[in-house]
Design a protein around this ligand. Structure first.
Ligand SMILES: C[S@@+](CC[C@H](N)C(=O)[O-])C[C@H]1O[C@@H](n2cnc3c(N)ncnc32)[C@H](O)[C@@H]1O
Length: 513
């Protein structure tokens, strides 16, 4: 079986080291970013990239989603997180195991939502990819807010055999449990909702009983969703209490100003009750146009809405037909750092522009985050994604934004890569008319943290232009080693999606040598 790019580039500090997030120093925002950029430049110097374009985040209140473990053993209910410092590597590993156990538990709940009778051979690969996708959704979050760790640890149902691992010489090791009353990395709206959920759940037994985790999902647009996770079956009494909670949440300042009533969702094993809806509607402005984006509970969405807008604007700019050199300066100016650097990058990119008759292939399209703003740059777009809920959201988003030149297939990227190579016709590509006539010379990939599998790397090499968005510089670097002999980096960007962690989002635009 082919492997993913798990190997980091040699002799470079890994970007995956867990770090503490509960103690941020907003004054050091520039410092922490500089340190990551230095490391990134060191990691990528072997590819001789052009000047790095840098896109910053707001120093506080940038994270749209947050997950907290509920602590209520000692009386009042409060939220906790698990503070991982680099020195607590053993503890971090234990937390990751526990988080993985939770993923598994939640996955069991998802079984109910999956299509019945999907017996075709592709399904096994998809399930594997979906599990990986889920892990990618939570990986950065796990580094920032590994609250999930507590769930499995407190529950004790999963991974029991590993629980003793963290102990040495009688002294318990593990992430430090930190009470979180306010959370400066999360949006102001998350903080407003946290206070109300804590207060209401504390005094309402129907909400409180066996509540073990609360997930908050907000948007730049003011829409919001709160998921309460339980170790008990939920009934009508819970629903009535949740409706009262929803009213209280609607009275919080941001929701009231936006005129929205946050959605409340209750989850327990194999059970999900959604009051109103299980999604939020985000609004993202890209290249002067605002797009609506459905983000579904439990599915992937970019965690930092501000930085996401920079990522989309950058990707739209690098794929702009025959005008890449003009547009990139604007993109750099929009980010708060490297306008001058952007101009140099633009010069480097000259000659790699997209033609007006070109089509785009996009793998790992999620809810259509890149697909929709980029669709205007291409004649047609073929996009694939493995997670069912994301594919459905992407279809909704295409319609909501009046995009009609996208063919969307639910397929694992590796399956698509094999299909492309063999020019085979597969059931999931039915409806893709004029397949042979497509001018697919540009590809965009945005894989999970594990990077690209070998089949997909081989597929990339067949394209003249490659846009690679990555949340893991280590696996990006490993994949680029295979691509560099045939392609050079024409644009190189860093997006600080995850401030105060060692995680860094990157964008690389490659053109054939
Ligand atoms: C980093 S997310 C990016 C999603 C989207 N591009 C965005 O910006 O929101 C990676 C996506 O890849 C999907 N995925 C994971 N493994 C996959 C695979 N083997 N084939 C296709 N899609 C996969 C996940 O479901 C997830 O939506």
């Amino acid at each position: 079986m082919n492997g993913h790019a798990a190997e980091a580039c040699a002799e470079t500090p890994a970007f995956t080291t867990p770090v503490s997030i509960t103690a941020i120093d907003a004054e050091d925002y520039d410092g922490q970013l500089d340190r990551k950029l230095t490391k990134l430049k060191q990691l990528f110097q072997e590819f001789d990239p052009p000047q790095l374009e840098v896109f910053t985040s707001p120093p506080t209140h940038y994270r749209m989603r947050s997950e907290f473990t509920v602590e209520q053993r000692d009386g009042p209910l409060h939220f906790v997180m698990f503070d991982k410092s680099p020195a607590e590597e053993t503890a971090a590993e234990a937390g990751q195991e526990a988080a993985a156990a939770l993923e598994q538990e939640q996955g069991e709940g998802k079984e109910l939502e999956q299509e019945e009778g999907e017996g075709e051979p592709e399904r096994a690969a998809e399930q594997q990819a979906e599990a990986q996708a889920d892990a990618s959704t939570s990986a950065a979050a796990a580094a920032e807010a590994p609250a999930a760790a507590a769930v499995a640890a407190a529950d004790g149902k999963k991974g029991k055999g590993k629980k003793g691992k963290g102990k040495k010489g009688g002294k318990p090791k593990g992430p430090r449990r930190v009470r979180v009353d306010t959370f400066p990395v999360a949006t102001k709206q998350v903080n407003e909702l946290m206070a109300v959920v804590r207060e209401e759940a504390d005094k309402t037994p129907e909400l409180r009983q066996r509540l073990f985790q609360v997930n908050f999902h907000t948007t730049l647009a003011g829409d919001a969703m709160v998921t309460l996770l339980y170790h008990r079956k939920l009934g009508p009494e819970w629903q009535a209490a949740a409706e009262r909670l929803r009213d209280a949440l609607a009275a919080t300042p941001t929701a009231a100003a936006a005129g929205v009533r946050p959605h409340v969702i209750g989850r327990s094993r194999k059970q999900k009750i959604a009051l109103d809806a299980d999604f939020v509607l985000e609004r993202l402005t890209v290249g002067g146009r605002t797009f609506v984006q459905k983000q579904v509970e439990g599915s992937f969405s970019q965690p930092n809405g501000h930085v996401c807008q920079h990522m989309l604007t950058w990707a739209q700019d690098v794929t702009k037909p025959a005008a890449a050199s003009e547009g990139s300066a604007a993109a750099a100016a929009e980010g708060s750092v490297a306008a001058e650097e952007g101009k140099e990058a633009a010069a480097a990119a000259a000659g790699g522009g997209v033609g007006p008759e070109d089509d785009l292939l996009e793998l790992y399209c999620g809810n259509g985050n890149f697909t929709i703003p980029l669709s205007a740059n291409f004649r047609r777009v073929v996009a694939t994604e493995v997670a069912k809920s994301s594919v459905e959201a992407a279809r909704y988003n295409m319609e909501a934004n009046g995009v009609s030149n996208v063919f969307l297939a639910r397929m694992a990227s590796e399956e698509f890569a094999v299909t492309m190579r063999e020019r085979g016709s597969r059931r999931r590509l039915e409806g893709l008319e004029g397949w042979e006539a497509l001018r697919l010379r540009t590809i965009l990939v945005d894989p999970p943290r594990a990077g690209l599998d070998d089949f997909t790397v081989e597929l990339l090499k067949e394209f003249d232009r490659i846009v690679y968005i990555s949340c893991n510089p280590d696996t990006l670097c490993a994949n680029l080693k295979a691509i560099a002999p045939t392609h050079r980096i024409a644009r190189f960007a860093a997006f600080d999606q995850f401030p105060y962690t060692h995680h860094l989002e990157c964008g690389v635009y490659l053109v054939r040598r």
